[in-house]
Ligand binder design. Structure first.
Ligand code: GRF
Length: 205
């Protein structure tokens, strides 16, 4: 059950995966944590937990070299699953094809709302608040060639309060992200996720 986690930011989703390994909920081996930018605190979280932490700086390398380097590096770990945990670079179609059906992503909205190009981090929550939705949430999905368009695994609705700011809404949703992503990883390795076209069927055991 080898997993490679791709990160870009603070790594609270990575931390929730690590915590769930330590608690015994997840029976996986986090083979490596790879960031597309230096200084991502997620790399420090990996180091603090004895997990190989690699930075492949997209800005310095440029998209072409970055894509090639990322694919090579991830392939070398022979992962059974690639998890995007707050990862902000769009994967190359080559990468997606290579790991088809074995890449999952967490997005902090109820896809297909407030997702796709330009919707990341607090922009997602600002858009939801500005639109005036009463409910937002988070989505864990398989990654396909599009952006935030792959078959949905789990979703969790979260109430938007009248006085919410992007920060307060982000914090409330993040708590559910930290539960939903490890659950999706567990179900994946238990063979309980069956993709049929656009739908993911979840078997009970
Ligand atoms: C979170 O909102 C997550 O939904 C999105 O990236 C943000 C930061 O995640 N994918 P993390 O704290 O770096 O895991």
């Amino acid at each position: 059950n080898r997993v490679v986690v791709l990160v870009s930011g603070s790594g609270t989703n990575l931390q929730s995966i690590i915590d769930n390994v330590n608690s015994g909920y997840l029976n996986i081996d986090i083979a490596a944590v790879i960031s597309d930018r230096p200084g991502a605190y997620a790399l420090e979280r990996a180091r603090l937990n004895g997990i190989e932490a690699i930075c492949i700086p997209r800005k310095e390398l440029g998209k072409q070299n970055f894509d090639r380097k990322l694919l090579e590096t991830v392939e070398a770990f022979k992962p059974d699953l690639v998890v995007l945990a707050g990862f902000l670079t769009i994967l190359s179609s080559e990468f997606v094809e290579r790991f088809q059906g074995k890449i999952i992503n967490i997005h902090p909205s109820l896809i297909p709302s407030f997702c796709g190009k330009g919707y990341y981090g607090e922009r997602v929550h600002k858009a939801a608040i500005d639109y005036g939705v009463k409910v937002s949430g988070c989505t864990v999905h398989f990654v396909d060639a599009g952006t935030d368009t792959g078959p949905i695994i789990f979703q969790q609705a979260v109430e938007v309060k009248d006085d919410d700011t992007p920060e307060t809404l982000a914090r409330r949703i993040l708590e559910h992200e930290h539960r939903l992503l490890p659950k999706a990883i567990k179900y994946f390795f238990e063979g309980r996720l069956k993709i049929r076209g656009r739908k993911v069927y979840i078997s009970q055991s």
